[in-house]
Design a protein around this ligand. Sequence first.
Ligand code: N01
Length: 541
Amino acid sequence: MPSTIPSSDDQPADVDAVVIGAGFSGLYAVYRLREMGLPHRAFEQGSGVGGTWYWNRYPGASSDSESWVYSFTFSPELEQEWTWSCRFPEQPEILRYLEHVADRFDLKSCFDFNTKVVEARWDEAARRWRVQTAQGEEVQARFLITAAGCLSAAQVPAIPGLEDFKGDWYHTGEWPHEPVDFSGKRVGVIGTGSSGIQSIPVIARQAQHLTVFQRTPNFSVPARNAPLSAERIVELKRNIRKIRETCRWSTIGQPYDWRDQEALKLRREEFLAQLEADWQKGGFEWMFGSFKDLLTDREANEIAAEFVREKIRATVKDPVVARKLIPQGYPIGTKRLPLDSGYFETFNRENVSLVDLRETPIERIVAEGVKTSADVHALDTLVFATGFDALTGPLTRLGIRGRDGQTLQQKWAEGPQTYLGLATRGFPNLFMITGPGSPSVLGNMPTSIEQHVDWICDCLLHMKQSGKELIEPASEAEAQWGAHVKELADATLFPQTDSWYMGANIPGKPRVFMPYIGGFGTYRKLCAEIAAKGYEGFLFA
Ligand code: N01
């Protein structure tokens, strides 16, 4: 909980900018706006800061980026004074970090907490956004900056009968603040994406019995999380600026990058030996610090996929269970690759069972548990690890209406259209931090976020200094950017798979690869060049 929740009574109702969200993006946005002296208001529907880390309190929730890169870079003092405990920090530690940042830079006073934005309407005559909160306040702002996250619109699937269930149920992305006690309980988890794969081993250790309901088997790579030694901390702090600079120009915002080498040019044994060596390191480096054709060449990808399948066979003792857990039919890495701590090993426990929903689909939820085509699985607690309406969902649910009352849903009916993932035509003076069409979820999020906030704030400064009031993308620039994002994605294996990157997890959502996959460093360079050319592709008034 925040130490102080400021009231909106004495806050201005007409400001330069409104920011929505108090996660990494919202915190850094208000920090920069305040430094620039731009009057602003900021709204957060939760009761405190943290964003993703405020909502995702499920057991086992942890960062999949290393702690020393999953953090802010804007303050060298902050970097030196904060010490992470381990390689991949868990949710409570990340939330403590964000609380610390908010307190250290006095950012909580910038926010109205417990305040949900229900509509933001562009008023063409006043050249202002009119932002409505659920609490009945209306604030006018020249600029609207969304810091609503990419994976914040939780998705509970429309399985009939949930209202009949007698037990407790939870979604991993909207977890209660009080720990949920699974001891002595029969627990079911639906979903084996990152949230399921992180939570299943922890829940299995507490529950009397855990039933995992799996629709699509997932690949996963060991995290190999470990505490940081005193020597390692000293070394990291000494080199932190260099590490950060490498992240800024890398493909996925990490301190490593693809090898400048194609897997298929190697002899098979060499390729496999390298995969094994990288496997021992743990973390995303296994894939994203590997060979550059892994996500573009199906043959190279298949060798890597088979390498992981072998690991699963070697780990899971029951061959029938192992067979059910082995992913087939889609390229590895084209669904977001989870990192795990003992996921496959969990299926060797006596108190864990696996239900393959492709063999026996869920028919409905009943009072006692989950009814599949074969059985009723009796449960006391049901956990939905069923993901999010990714990238567009957090924005469309804000009730944003641009020129002529057009909603983002209407504009994006065929898939998101943006310029650089930062702005969209017809919605003047709207900036989206890590919006669709930017690298966002394909990189280390804080790296993506800081770059976007800096770019937006520099643009606001430019507009102030040059007396420009309005900004929005030109139609052609937006269309060309959309085509470029698609062309880059089509050159990879990603569009071959049904994933949330493609919107495929949400019934009726257009099937479009949403993030920019050209690499974070390339994108950063492009954004800087566009700004240097007087914000080429944008129209000002
Ligand atoms: O969600 P997901 P998530 N019946 O969409 C299944 C980030 N994240 O919350 O594959 C049965 O990946 C669905 O099955 P299928 C990260 O970017 C980050 O796990 O659609 N099953 C799938 O198995 C991640 O990728 C971190 O067939 C149903 C699962 O639910 C993203 O968030 C930690 C179903 C959903 O997997 C989302 O991850 C956690 C149904 N009706 C998450 N509907 C860190 O970095 C869905 N499923 C720390």
